[in-house]
Design a protein around this ligand. Structure first.
Ligand SMILES: Cc1cc2nc3c(=O)[nH]c(=O)nc-3n(C[C@H](O)[C@H](O)[C@H](O)COP(=O)(O)O)c2cc1C
Length: 375
């Protein structure tokens, strides 16, 4: 009986026949969101090595984006005002990011949130990149000194999220591009939808996603970071929840209740992901590329910091920005970029951009501060 129901639902889902109009029916069975967990704010799970301000600063830092939401960072507290930001080797993504490139970009985003939050609490943060090698664990030394608090609106950090669906097919206006470029002068390039370059990036993003989806090691790694059940999500507070992947309504309910991680390794599942990405890649106002000076640890931390400054301002402009990194992870994508550009062009991010009619609230989970602070 159970098996019949399961296979009926699988068939129905594959045909897409039940997908529409079922959201309200199953809304009581929604996936877990950030607002569902009381301790996703600073009130609980504080690190006793730090005072309330230190805990608050690291809470804001932890809201940074990261590849697969692996939250690769730890913080070692040397003293009240001296911390080390490091990369936890168990949170690396070796199959898609063997050189630790994206881990360092994510660590840069974390460092930027930390610096912004510290400023708002009246602390200037001096950051020294101490790692020379991308695989060193201790990456940045932070020294905090008292200063006048800034008036940076911290709700930019708490409300930022990576939105992937429902981009409007409208060109991004020049004023918005100018504002986004503020911290990336000469390093941010916008390719409006429909231009040759945008179409080329669009097709490359889809093709490299397809190539990556065929790689068993990459797919296995992705599945390891998907939190299929609400319980698992609550236990880990990291990775990709179904809400975070915008798998909602009936589809989310179905995946939570009837699918196993192994199902995502099947060719039909992989094909569905490629079709879905192709649909998304064709939505929106075009593409952004952020380039860097090089691929050293300092270069990547710097780009991660600037990227974060930029995305923090996207929401107030009704703009969604979606990293689509496969282009920079697959050999074919890198080869194509190298063949068509001067070698001084070093892309650090490939991003889809688009206006939204309605901006959702953040859903992805974070580990509480005490989970990533070390003495
Ligand atoms: C360096 C980096 C690479 C990323 N690559 C991708 C990607 O290829 N595809 C994707 O859908 N999201 C990508 N993301 C977005 C993350 O999945 C997202 O930040 C994470 O799930 C947390 O969600 P949030 O940004 O809404 O807080 C990337 C983020 C970073 C910082």
């Amino acid at each position: 009986m159970e098996l019949n129901r399961r296979s009926f639902l699988k068939k129905a889902l594959a045909a897409g026949s039940l997908a529409a109009g079922t959201g309200s029916l199953f809304s009581a069975c929604a996936g877990i969101r950030r607002s569902d967990l009381p301790d996703q704010n600073i009130a609980e799970h504080t690190a006793n090595q730090l005072d309330a301000v230190g805990n608050s600063i690291l809470y804001y830092a932890s809201l940074a984006p990261s590849g697969h939401n692996s939250q690769p960072w730890y913080v070692r507290v040397l003293s009240k005002n001296e911390w080390i930001i490091g990369v936890d080797p168990d949170r690396r993504l070796p199959a898609v990011d063997p050189a630790n490139r994206e881990v360092l970009l994510s660590t840069g985003a974390f460092a930027e949130n930390l610096s912004i939050a510290a400023g708002a609490f009246g602390l200037k943060s001096e950051m020294e990149v101490i790692a020379n090698d991308p695989f060193e664990q201790d990456v940045i030394k932070v020294t905090l000194r008292k200063t006048k608090p800034t008036d940076y609106p911290l709700q930019r950090i708490t409300r930022r999220m990576t939105v992937k669906h429902d981009y409007l097919s409208k060109e991004i206006n020049a004023e918005d591009i100018r504002a986004l470029s503020e911290h990336l002068t000469g390093r941010l390039f916008y390719f409006p939808r429909g231009t040759d370059h945008a179409t080329c990036i669009e097709e490359g993003a889809i093709e490299n996603f397809r190539i990556q989806t065929q790689r068993d090691d990459a797919q296995k790694e992705l599945v390891q970071w998907v939190r299929f059940s609400n319980k698992e999500a609550e236990r880990h507070r990291d990775g990709l929840t179904l809400e975070g992947m915008e798998i909602r309504g009936f589809k989310g309910w179905f995946v939570r209740n009837f699918m196993n991680p192994e199902d995502f390794m099947k060719p039909s599942s992989r094909k569905q992901s490629v079709d879905q990405i192709a649909k998304l890649a064709r939505q929106g106002g075009g593409w952004l590329v952020i380039t860097g000076e090089g691929q050293t640890v300092s270069d990547l931390i710097d780009s991660g910091r600037r990227f974060e400054r930029m995305v923090l301002t996207a929401r107030e402009r009704s703009l969604a920005i979606h990293p689509m990194t496969q282009y920079l992870e697959e050999k074919a994508g890198l080869k194509q970029i190298a063949a068509e550009h001067d070698q001084r062009v070093i892309p650090h991010f490939v991003l889809r951009i688009g206006y939204l009619d309605t901006y959702p609230d953040p859903v992805s989970l974070r580990r509480p501060v005490s989970w990533f602070v070390r003495s």
